[in-house]
Write a protein that binds this ligand. Structure first.
Ligand SMILES: [Zn+2]
Length: 298
């Protein structure tokens, strides 16, 4: 479904579910699309007539419709380009073997993705960079490199409209997601703070089907603080009993239910990044049997 944000900016809201995502369309002197994962709704954006396609990052739900933009130059941040060519990264399951065991391989078909959709190469024509101004005519947007969800994740700021397309700073109830082995939580926190400092009036994301204009600041602050709340819960649990990452996962600090092995993996992948941050902060330490415990002062 297309929804107008301004005269020349529209959202393409997907109606296809979990492995799809919303896109943003600029219809100005230049037709520009950000992300391509809207599924059936993408046809309403006439992707075959798009001049520039920017991918916010490399995950499959944001790139899956790239081939529909047959005439477009495809742009992506350089830190994402290698990741785009590896199936495990595309499906946000890098590091699966280490956390889930070598006899329990991840099969993308379990989440409705056929192997041949990820096991292929993707065309990229140009790089984008932080602070880049993209001029579409009357509409201008600024690239913001916002790592944390993935290393080269970008948001897009439209200063005249005081609007930010947040990609997978998703603002959904189950977010934020920071399970990529190549990212860290400090980056994610800084990226959200950077958006907060822009004081945007409108926010759109890859996974919420409304334009958020009611108190965007407090929405962002609450979303950021969930990360710190999860961290506090980890510390509280380790205070009670030292445990391994697998034992911590059983506490459901991030996801209330592990409906599939995929969700359990994500829980562990995010715990891993939390534990790394807590080790860096010297708040915890690793003991020999793989358990983490609170570090005693002095
Ligand atoms: Zn993503």
């Amino acid at each position: 479904m297309l929804k107008n944000i301004s005269k020349k900016i529209k959202m393409v809201f997907t109606e296809d579910g979990f492995t799809y995502g919303n896109c943003l369309l600029v219809e100005d002197d230049v037709r520009l699309l950000i992300d391509s994962g809207a599924g059936q709704a993408l046809a309403e954006a006439r992707p075959e007539g798009v001049d520039f396609l920017i991918n916010s990052h490399h995950h499959y739900d944001h790139i899956r419709g790239n081939d529909s933009c047959t005439q477009a130059k495809v742009l992506l941040h350089p830190l994402e380009q290698k990741l785009l060519q590896a199936p495990q990264n595309l499906t946000a399951s890098a590091g699966w073997e280490e956390l889930m065991g070598y006899n329990n391989y991840f099969d993308p078909r379990n989440i409705g993705i056929r192997l041949e959709q990820t096991n292929r190469s993707w065309r990229i024509d140009e790089e984008i960079y932080d602070g880049q101004i993209i001029d579409c005519g009357q509409t201008k947007l600024i690239v913001l490199h916002t790592p944390g969800h993935s290393p080269g994740h970008c948001c897009f700021y439209f200063p005249d409209e005081e609007l930010v397309f947040l990609g997978d700073i998703c603002l959904t109830k189950v977010g934020p997601w920071y399970g990529d082995p190549q990212t860290n939580i400090d980056d994610f926190l800084k990226s959200i703070d950077r958006i907060i400092e822009l004081h945007p009036k409108k926010l759109v994301t890859g996974h919420i089907n409304t334009i958020i204009s009611d108190n965007p600041q407090s929405t962002l602050i609450e979303y950021r603080d969930r990360i710190l709340m999860r961290e506090q819960q980890i510390l509280q649990h380790l205070q009670k009993v030292p445990c391994t990452i697998h034992q911590l996962a059983e506490q459901h600090i991030i996801y209330r239910k592990h409906h599939t092995s995929f969700v359990l993996f994500w829980e562990k992948a995010m715990l891993k990044n939390h534990l790394q941050r807590l080790l860096n902060l010297e708040l915890i330490e690793l003991v020999e049997d793989g358990r983490y415990r609170i570090r005693k002062a002095g």
